[in-house]
Ligand binder design. Structure first.
Ligand SMILES: O=C(O)[C@H](CS(=O)(=O)O)OP(=O)(O)O
Ligand code: MG
Length: 242
């Protein structure tokens, strides 16, 4: 039986051997929720990058550029980190280069894995189906916040553990802790997260609408995976039955 484990911060990745594993990179608020939304809205490819300058350079390649630092859209870029900015035809048929405070880092620091899947509550079931198919040991890599643990990514890990419960074993207590947390919170995730650091930190930015949206489950049948130097949606390219 394959195992599932949870890494609470990219800074802890040195504790894990990613070789032969499937990583699920998650930044519920908001980077991976936004990437999933972008694919659902017809984006072609997404280039997650770590630095602002590198991201800016993708404009020459015809990409839309997206950048966020500390919750705010960085100056001079086309898009920020709100899923709503990627709707209404804004990204259909376009390649996007994106850098965010935490989420893009979690993806890029996981490159040693056999497979990197981008997860969010919005595409939870698509991720579950893919992991069952892959049958590899799974490591959920929580983006956290600047190296620190956060609640929202751990809740996603718990939701994933709950849905895979019957066919994955737990290697460490982290998976069990995430599961217990999710089971405590799932009746009302918005309420549970009211005192969380993300909500308190970004309260002044009035992104409540984003938070509620990012906590919705199974909205999109989208499966972003890392291929060579970019994310592609496996559902769109026909490698997964929709
Ligand atoms: O844009 C977001 O919601 C966060 C902002 S912060 O770093 O948590 O302040 O960035 P993300 O990279 O999506 O975690
Ligand atoms: Mg985040």
């Amino acid at each position: 039986m394959p195992s599932i484990d949870v890494c609470f911060s990219p800074e802890l990745l040195h504790l894990y051997d990613l070789k032969g594993k499937a990583v699920v990179a998650v930044d519920v608020l908001r980077a991976t929720s936004t990437m999933v939304t972008a694919f659902a809205e017809g984006a072609s490819h997404i280039f997650p990058v770590m630095e602002l300058e590198e991201c800016r350079g993708f404009a020459e390649r015809g990409c839309l550029t997206a950048a966020e630092r500390n919750g705010i859209k960085a100056e001079g870029f086309d898009l920020g980190n709100s899923p709503f900015a990627y709707m209404n035809g804004n990204v259909a048929g376009r390649d996007i280069a994106i850098t965010t405070t935490n989420g893009t880092r979690a993806i890029r620091l996981s490159e040693a894995a056999e497979e990197i899947v981008v997860g969010a509550f919005l595409n939870l079931q698509a991720v579950v189906n893919h992991l069952r198919e892959l049958n590899l040991d799974v490591l959920v890599v929580c983006a956290g916040w600047k190296g620190q643990f956060n609640l929202e990514d751990t809740l996603f890990a718990g939701a994933l553990v709950e849905r895979l419960n019957d066919s994955f074993s737990y290697e460490h207590d982290s998976a069990l802790a995430a599961l217990y947390l999710y089971q405590t919170a799932k009746q009302d995730l918005v309420e549970f997260l009211r005192q969380s650091s993300h909500v308190r930190r970004l309260e002044h930015l009035e992104i409540h609408k984003d938070i509620e949206f990012c906590l919705r489950h199974d909205v999109y049948d989208v499966l972003p995976v890392w291929r060579h130097d970019r994310l592609v949606d496996l559902v769109r390219v026909g490698e997964v039955k929709s």
